[in-house]
Design a protein around this ligand. Sequence first.
Ligand code: CU
Length: 66
Amino acid sequence: MKTTIAIRGMSCGHCVAAVAGALSGLPGVKNVQVSLERGEATFEEETPVSRESIRKAIAAAGYETD
Ligand SMILES: [Cu+2]
């Protein structure tokens, strides 16, 4: 299942890498793609991933999601 979430606060390639790394580190998250232009991250959930754990991982990296 593919999931797309909005990411706020990204301004450069470093931000993209930080968000991609934060999401990739979550159990069950695979094939993370982050778009700076769209302010979005898309990934597949191999197993269900809670919205709260996603939000926390993004926040820990210094960004925001809904
Ligand atoms: Cu940046």
